[in-house]
Design a protein around this ligand. Structure first.
Ligand code: EPU
Length: 425
């Protein structure tokens, strides 16, 4: 167990580079289960969720070779099981992608229900409904899903699937399975997130036939075989980039966030401009600078291209430093305001009512000991601590390590006073 010690009040200045996308790389690693040969993947972030996912594959029998700091070669040829037990998958929610991948490869899957951040009820009914439509029999008992095709040869059959909820997880899981189903599957009301597109591109580089990723209708023509991939580079992490953009704004700094796709940040940059934060962008970078008093704004989270739920905690910190009253509506995830209790202790004026929060500012935050409740809530507390007066100790940073590659080093490189402390120290 580690903590972060942060001395607030430093203005962040300089440049930092964003790593590969967590929510793209996790399904991409699972997708290698479908490949009939080695896959070399570049721009892999060095985060705990990736380590957990690679460990799962190794325990299933895959060869995983680290070629350099961010490049990994995965060969799943020797995997001969379609079962992922609770001890393997409990650490991360992204492990549910093994269902689609096992179904695509073996026509069967036995996968325990996943762990991950505690963000309220997060059903996977849409994943299961979609698998059933492809000809898969599903049984759910004792915390695990047993899925098997009706077809004796293990073949799935294409179908039309309409998702009742726009779900990143269901869209990707169904793409994984359907690229081996006979015929053309059409998924409607799909998630349009950049990581959905990235996974589709990876699968297409393995020989899949997926069209329409990035729109709300995806068409997948099943193929009998998928091959390995010589090199594929994961897209930059949209949420990591946004977190640093907000950290720069919260400290009144001047930071260029590099190796990003500015189009993926549009809902955030539009909001920051509305709040009077200085924003300049180039082909693969965005510079955030101090433009005077930050103004209140209303935020509603929505599936992409709307404002991401994964940025809601971070923008709330900035809104508590902004002049005026802001309303935040969380419409994607059930339970994503736990961090506000810690932020309120630091001096923020936030009233939560169900899926809505009212924030009044500007408030001067004060450093103290706080606990990271989950990944993005933890990131928000770091931003609060950077903007606060005095010292903050953030506990339970294992949540933050799940999704941020070298957050301490990157923030130090732009002038933050942040150190990692082992619990025994
Ligand atoms: N939902 C259903 N039924 C389903 C699937 C989803 O009702 O079958 C509902 C749930 O209420 C859920 C909401 O739809 O809360 C959104 O679900 P989605 O499937 O889009 O999200 P997810 O797959 O559970 C992924 C990310 C999350 C991110 C969300 C939204 C991974 C491993 N996780 O979760 O990432 O918040 O999409 O973009 O990709 C994070 O990175 O901090 C994180 C929590």
């Amino acid at each position: 167990m580690c903590k972060f010690m942060i001395t607030g009040g430093q203005t962040l200045n300089g440049e930092l580079t964003v790593s590969g996308s967590k929510n793209a790389v996790l399904p991409i690693i699972c997708a290698t289960v479908l490949a009939g040969g080695p896959c070399t993947i570049e721009n892999i972030p060095n985060i705990a969720d990736v380590h957990s996912m690679l460990n799962i594959l190794k325990k299933l029998g895959a060869d995983v070779e680290k070629l350099d700091k961010n490049t990994i070669k995965i060969d799943t040829t020797n995997i001969n099981t379609y079962e992922a037990t609770f001890d393997l998958v409990s650490k991360l929610r992204g492990s549910y992608y093994l269902m689609g991948a096992f179904l695509g490869r073996f026509g069967k899957a036995v996968v325990s229900l996943p762990g991950g951040c505690k963000l309220g009820t997060r059903p996977i009914d849409q994943h299961l409904k979609g698998f059933q439509a492809l000809g898969v029999d599903i049984e759910e008992a004792y915390g695990k899903i047993t899925a098997e095709t009706y077809d004796k040869e293990g073949l799935m059959y294409a179908n039309n699937i309409y998702l009742d909820v726009v779900s990143v997880g269901a869209t990707i899981n169904l793409m994984l399975a359907a690229c081996r189903a006979a015929g053309q599957t059409v998924i409607e009301n799909c998630a349009r997130e950049p990581h959905v597109v990235d996974v589709a591109n990876f699968l297409n580089s393995m020989g899949a036939k997926i069209r329409g990723a990035g729109t709300d209708i995806i068409k997948i023509t099943g193929v009998p075989h998928l091959h390995g991939v010589q090199t594929y580079s994961v897209i930059p992490d949209q949420i990591e980039a946004g977190t640093y953009m907000i950290a720069a704004a919260a400290t009144g700094g001047n930071v260029t966030v590099k190796n990003i796709i500015p189009r993926h940040q549009e809902s955030l940059t539009a909001k920051l401009l509305e709040m009077n934060v200085g924003v300049e962008e180039g082909e693969d970078w965005i510079r955030i600078y101090n433009n005077g008093v930050i103004q209140a704004a209303n935020v509603k989270t929505l599936p992409y291209p709307g404002f991401p739920t994964d940025m809601q905690p971070q923008i709330t910190v900035l809104l508590s430093l902004a002049d005026g009253t802001s309303k935040i509506v969380e419409s994607v995830t059930d339970f994503r305001f736990q961090y506000t209790e810690e932020l309120k202790r630091m001096g923020a004026d936030i009233t939560v009512n169900g899926k809505m929060a009212m924030v009044s500012g500007p408030k001067k935050l004060k450093g103290m000991t706080v606990q990271a409740p989950d990944l993005r809530g933890g990131a928000a507390l770091i931003i609060g601590a950077l903007a606060a007066e005095g010292e903050t100790m953030i506990q339970d940073v294992q949540f933050i390590d799940r999704g941020y590659d070298d957050i301490v080093g990157k923030l130090q490189s732009v002038g933050a006073k942040i150190v990692r402390v082992e619990d025994d120290d």
